[in-house]
Design a protein around this ligand. Sequence first.
Ligand SMILES: *Cc1c(COP(=O)(O)O)cnc(C)c1O
Length: 223
Amino acid sequence: MLVGIRERLNDIKANLPERVKLIAVSKTKPVEDIKAAHLAGQKVFGENRVEELVVKCPVLPADIEWHMIGNLQSKKVKKIAPFIALIHSVDSQKLLQVINNEATKNDRIINVLLQFHIAQEDTKSGLSLDEAVQILDSQTFKAFKNIKVVGVMGMATYTDETEQVRSEFRSLKSIFDRLKSSFFNNDPEFKEISMGMSGDYKIAIEEGSTMVRVGSSIFGSRL
Ligand SMILES: *Cc1c(COP(=O)(O)O)cnc(C)c1O
């Protein structure tokens, strides 16, 4: 089992272009599995629940970079604000406000991605381009000093129709390009496109992903 994690990680990493960062999604998996991946050289892990993050983080190596990839409630931000490296799932001005406040209290700058709704399913949350433009244009946003928007995130529809998945990833890339030229033109740190999971990360990479969030292909299925 543990050997399996190392081998699967190495297989995936061998096929990733250098510009693409692998986020090992360890949600629901025990700390032993994370330790095995860490021993195999993986330093970046993604979780989707605050409760799980705050239990796992203190008992695992301090050089792990933790990413929050799931829906985040404002009232829980303070629990992860001291240590979180990147929040992928920011989809409202209110959440930005709370993250900025908590980052300020912790005397740090928290990196975030804006999550966009690119899938056909309405269960997947995220902003529209118009909503993001409104936020980025607002004086409130411009006053946030402890938050850094470093890119965008999205999830494609869960389907075998690869052309649909590809066109959804393409729409996220085009959202990224438009935000880059309108708001972040002189900002080299705005460069991340978080897209691609176990089933579709190869397509995502072809469409310009810089971060893939891969869980079951590394750790096995989650039942
Ligand atoms: C669970 C999850 C993933 C990883 O999914 P796999 O199909 O197991 O690779 C990626 N992104 C988000 C937001 C997730 O919740």
